[in-house]
Write a protein that binds this ligand. Structure first.
Ligand SMILES: [Fe+2]
Ligand SMILES: [Fe+2]
Length: 188
């Protein structure tokens, strides 16, 4: 049985790679059907990777005391918040508009699109914990700064998990979706 879960799979399952084999990643940028909107969508993915990395790195700087309370809470309120809000909008749009459009264009990849939707559900739960623990740190900065270090350790687990999730999900999503777009000349 193919391993579909985001936390254990090691890439896009091979039976979903039919079009990826015909159009590997290094051919995408020069492909005549590689539309600006697709480059923009991949740019959003890169922003998510960057925001997750910065949040995880700043949490580590705070834990090893090279970042102070103010700078850490500013980072959480800015980068952590931006990551969560933009990801929610991005996933909602993919589930409601983008994936159905791809499925209508090519029904062979329905299982792959369902796998990506299941990733989004998984990510919602992770983002909920990430937000709750992040907000708690920001509250503690006013109420009880002495507790912030301990809370930051718990938050670090979620930041690491978010970064790992995104590394897997975004790459597999691009590997499934971009070849469908190129093959069927969508989103031009
Ligand atoms: Fe996604
Ligand atoms: Fe996406």
């Amino acid at each position: 049985m193919t391993n579909l879960h985001v936390s254990t799979r090691e890439g896009l399952p091979s039976e979903m790679q039919t079009l990826l084999r015909a159009t590997p990643r290094d051919t995408w940028p020069g492909h005549p059907n590689f539309a600006a909107s697709v480059a923009k969508w991949m740019g959003a993915h890169q922003m998510f990777r960057d925001l997750a990395r910065v949040t995880r790195e700043d949490t580590e700087s705070y834990i090893d005391t090279t970042m102070d309370d103010d700078a850490f809470t500013r980072s959480l309120a800015r980068f952590g918040d931006r990551l969560v809000r933009n990801l929610h909008g991005h996933h909602a749009w993919e589930d409601q508009r983008f994936f159905p459009e791809l499925n209508r264009a090519d029904a062979r990849f329905e299982e792959g699109l369902e796998m990506l939707e299941a990733d989004h559900v998984e990510m919602d739960a992770l983002l909920e914990r990430f937000t709750r623990k992040g907000n708690r740190i920001i509250q503690l900065a006013h109420l009880d700064p002495g507790q912030m270090q301990e809370e930051a350790r718990g938050f670090h687990d979620e930041a690491v998990a978010a970064e790992a999730f995104l590394a897997r999900h975004l790459t597999d999503e691009e590997d499934l979706v971009v070849p469908i777009i190129l093959h069927h000349k969508l989103r031009g």
